[in-house]
Design a protein around this ligand. Structure first.
Ligand SMILES: Cc1cc2nc3c(=O)[nH]c(=O)nc-3n(C[C@H](O)[C@H](O)[C@H](O)COP(=O)(O)O)c2cc1C
Length: 432
């Protein structure tokens, strides 16, 4: 981890939700990267964590009251709102979103949010019903239109027993990545380059309730999309069904099946590079049953007839609009290198990132699929490069740097309208 946020000033607004405890870790992570963090806490936030803990971590005074005479004299809410590079709201409650969307300013947090001229990043956290309520959806759309950035929420178990769904606050490191994407100065060697990335698994329906899937979490693909965006690329991510948040600053198209993923990728061509990280199902059922297949006593299990899915990597590797650089991933459990070399030739890829996804790979506790660590080998015509085991974010950063290096000598593709106005698309069940 480098000092990616050196000298950056961040104003963190902590809202009143259970996820407020994660704000403590967020402060630590931001400061580790060189940022200075000042905190504002709502009255509700102080029911969950104390200003003492927050202040101990920011090593600064914590601001809690719009009408505190001393604070108003020393700093003042307007200066608080302006003397910063970015305002992060974590957790962003339904209430804080509603207030900003409607221009309320009746406490310090909302007054600062209204008075600022700096970018605002919100990390919402709330019960799934609150998140999907039409009022919250409206507020989010309004805030997005007003230029507020969002990270998360993701899906998962809620703090309340038995509640699960969308509404879990993004993890502190995901918020840090979003902050870096917004503030990251640094070099932008991929500025002006369009790069397609696929990520996650695909789901191949059997009937309206069952599908064939795999264990891909999307963590590696999403990390690569974020790392490429950080280097300035115009990244178009095509993601299968995952429970992690879309990377900030990356136009993401959500798909379910391999055929939808292929259509989405082809619609995004031409591009300068394409990185195929998704674990695309090799097969699907020959015909999806329109009705739930019933279990009939004495008849035994149904025979599922399978057909091959399109090979998206090979399709793009041999496409008339083939990007200058095509990168594939090979998740294998045996003969990893032999398979990667064969894949390189067959698929028309420039290099294959081979990883061992076998149970006994010894990588992290969770293994590569679903885990946070990876050990890869880069197989290309010029040989094999072995990278040591590292976090998926680091694999992503190194791969992004490698792609930037390879594209240095390649001219940027061009189209009359730049082809860049294609909005991300959502595919629905049954749509092919
Ligand atoms: C135990 C408990 C947990 C809560 N968790 C959340 C939450 O995760 N997200 C949310 O939007 N509101 C949550 N609320 C409701 C907020 O605390 C409430 O709307 C409050 O007015 C928010 O104030 P603030 O936006 O000024 O921080 C929770 C309330 C309680 C009592």
């Amino acid at each position: 981890m480098g000092e990616t946020l050196t000298a950056k000033r961040i104003l963190l607004i902590v809202g009143g939700g259970i996820a407020a405890y994660k704000a403590l870790d967020l402060i630590r992570r931001l400061r580790e990267r060189g940022a200075s963090v000042r905190a504002v806490m709502t009255a509700a936030a102080q029911q969950f964590v104390t200003p003492l803990s927050v202040g101990a971590l920011t090593a600064d005074h914590v601001f809690t009251d719009l009408f505190d005479r001393q604070d108003e004299q020393d700093v003042g809410h307007i200066r608080l709102a302006r003397d910063t590079d970015l305002i992060v709201v974590a957790p962003a409650t339904a209430d804080l979103m509603a207030k900003l969307a409607n221009g309320h300013a009746n406490d310090l947090a909302s007054a600062v949010l209204l008075a600022t001229d700096k970018p605002v990043l919100m990390a919402p956290a709330m019960n799934p019903r609150m998140w999907t309520h039409p009022a919250t959806r409206r507020n989010r759309a309004t805030l997005e239109k007003d230029g507020v950035h969002f990270v998360g929420p993701g899906k998962g178990e809620m703090a309340e027993r038995g509640e699960a769904g969308e509404g879990r606050m993004a993890e502190p490191l995901e918020i840090v990545a979003a902050v870096e994407a917004l503030l990251g100065g640094g070099e932008k060697p991929l500025a002006g380059r369009r790069i397609i990335v696929t990520s996650g698994p695909t789901h191949e329906p059997i009937d309206p309730v069952r599908y064939i899937a795999n264990r891909s979490s999307g963590k590696q693909g999403h990390a690569i999309a974020a790392a490429l965006a950080k280097l300035g690329a115009d990244v178009r991510l095509v993601s299968g069904p995952v429970t992690i948040a879309d990377p900030v600053g990356v136009a993401t198209t959500h798909v379910e099946t391999a055929r939808q993923m292929q259509a989405a990728v082809e619609a995004l061509l031409p591009a300068d590079a394409a990185v195929f990280v998704a674990a695309v199902a090799d097969w699907r059922t020959a015909a999806e049953s329109g009705e739930k297949i019933k279990k009939v006593a004495g008849e035994g299990p149904p025979a599922l007839q399978m057909v091959e899915n399109p090979d998206i990597l090979a399709g793009v590797g041999h496409h008339a609009k083939r990007p200058a650089l095509v990168v594939g991933f090979a998740a294998e459990t045996q003969s990893i290198l032999k398979n990667a070399e064969a894949k390189l030739k067959k698929k028309g890829a420039d290099f294959i990132v081979a990883n061992d996804v076998s149970q006994g790979s010894g990588i992290g506790e969770a293994g590569v699929m679903g885990g946070d660590r990876n050990r890869v080998r880069i197989v290309s015509k010029s040989g094999i490069e072995e990278w040591p085991e590292m976090g998926k974010d680091e694999v992503a950063a190194r791969l992004a740097a490698l792609i930037a290096e390879k594209l240095k000598t390649v001219a940027v593709w061009s189209e009359p309208d730049g082809g860049r106005s294609v909005p991300p698309r959502q595919f629905r069940r049954g749509e092919r």
